[in-house]
Write a protein that binds this ligand. Sequence first.
Ligand code: MSP
Length: 671
Amino acid sequence: MSDRFFITTPIYYINSAPHLGTAYTTIAADVLKRYHGLRGRAGFFLTGTDEHGLKIERVAKARNLSVRAFAAEMSVPFREMWPKLDCPYDYFVRTTDADHEKRVGEIWERMKKNGDLYLGSYEGWYCVGCEAYYTEKELEPGGICPLHKTPAERIRESTYFFKLAKYQDRLLSLYDRRPSFVQPITRMNEVKSFVRGGLEDISVSRTTFSWGVPVPNDPAHVMYVWFDALFSYLTPMLATPERRAFWPANVHMMGKDILRFHAVYWPAFLLSAGFSDDELPRAIFAHGFLTVNGQKMSKSRGNTIQPLALAEAFGIDTLRYYLMRAIAFGQDGDFNVAELIGRHNADLGNALGNLCNRVLKQTETVCGGKFPLQGEPEDLERALLEELAKGARAAAEAFDAMQPHRALEAIWQVVGAANQYIDRAAPWAANKRGDIGRASTILGTALEVLGAVSTMVWPVIPRSADAMRAQIGLLPIAVGDHDAWPVAVTSRRAGEPLGVAAPIFPRIDAEKEARLLAEFGPIPDESMPTSGSPAAAGTSDESARTGGKAVSEAASGSAPSPATIPYDDFAKLDLRVGVVLRAERVAGKDKLLSLSVDVGEPEPRPLVAGLALSFKPEDLVGMRVIVVANLEPRKFGKGLVSHGMLLAAGPSEALTLVTVGPTAAPGTKVK
Ligand code: MSP
């Protein structure tokens, strides 16, 4: 890979404010730029606004505004929003920039000279929402646009055509030679079969409105919005030699809705404008579409959640982490607020935040807040460092393949392994028996791994990564010209000062969760059931939403059947993943074992369980179990108190414990 990384987002239409969908694309692009920055590549992030077209002209006229002034005003929220989501761009292009208009004019002339633009006339069905013509076949019955569900308009006009058909074979050969030109691969197949189906020349100018880039030497025409919009990826990059050096784009990032424009028209336009195959974009990535709480995003339904409101309520990093982790990048996905809260508490708070906290607190106790002097590594250290190397390799491969969700999965395997390592290596026990050397080795190893983790998570959660680094005594990430991806653990010097431990991801407790769900959770829908399912819990939460239209059970007339419980009752159970740290027999009680279980809290929980007929105590140590964590404490006599209960199945002499896989960190909520 080259030493540069140029990534773009679509230039967004200004007829609506930035929303979660456009934020998703922008965050993904920022994450990839940051990752490549860590790998020592100079990055360039281009975004902007698409301001021409009939749609804008109509809205401005309806409001009695000058179109130019209206466009300028509507572009501002985009320009301002992305840095607030920690997506700083290197250049913000507007299709109404004088420089853009001038350069597109020059490109038009070049393409005309090459014989690829010719004048003709066109009659067809036009959807203003899409700014595109449709064939009758493509429209839904009644001449309805399949995307906007509004009637397409019959338009006849004199127009310039672009000779797209001429490029059919070159495009097909491009796709064959460069299988990663369109990603994910399944999308490439779609594009290929579309092009194989036969391309027709496309109309690239309009005479029916005037809000566009004027066609050179033919003032009756303005350029088709997609013509000038696609070239907005190029025009700003021609402005300086530094920017030119970034051409072509490594990735044009977008949603699947506009793939065809990018995978078919765009390379054909570039070839026509005189670019060689090597000067075509390296990859076009089409990600999936998001729904919100299972519902299509739409203004009319009021569920276009504002990205900044989300960032404010949950934290920018939680939003970024959730979007990049929970939705397989490339596939459609649902933005689910309950799941977001779950991931905040489990992955960020319990797994990563807690790891950091535990290690720092122990280091404070054992080494007075200084980086520990490490002794010889033992098997446990070697195994953890191997996990780290494996995780770092897998995460890099995933980021390289534009699969941030997989990268995070790999990084969280390391986080899980590090938590397990602390459980097993038990630095507090070494400290208690006076073995400061061993305790220091454990804590030093954990701190090194935390340092590596802070680097790897930085592309996705930059603020938290730097906060973590400050706590473990490292400088914030600064991308430079060297590859900073952790491959091996570099030894830090003993005695280096560490920072102060503080929670990086404060827990969202039940009360806050209820409030956030009321504000951002699913919008009640009459078709939803009113009891007995998680969806029903969503509706009852909704009653707190201002102006919400939740139907209460009484109002809807359906009382819960006696054999079932409402979801809210189930939700009262605090089920958590626990790791058994210690297990002992209880003198005089042959069925009981006394356990100490880490459920992600600062101190392990004392538990008493009737497991002695089925398990040897030593077999339980290290097991990942499910703990009912909010059960009233129960006394067993002789001062024994159980603060929770384990889930198990079977008769008391042949019990099976309910367990979870190794990636669930202690404290992870079970739901
Ligand atoms: N102006 C054109 C793009 C021209 S690029 C040369 C355009 N603009 S848009 O404002 O409609 O933005 C479309 C893009 O917004 C999608 O491709 C995608 O990146 C993002 N999304 C809009 N809604 C979305 C979802 N519901 N889910 C995910 N992304 C979505 O098309």
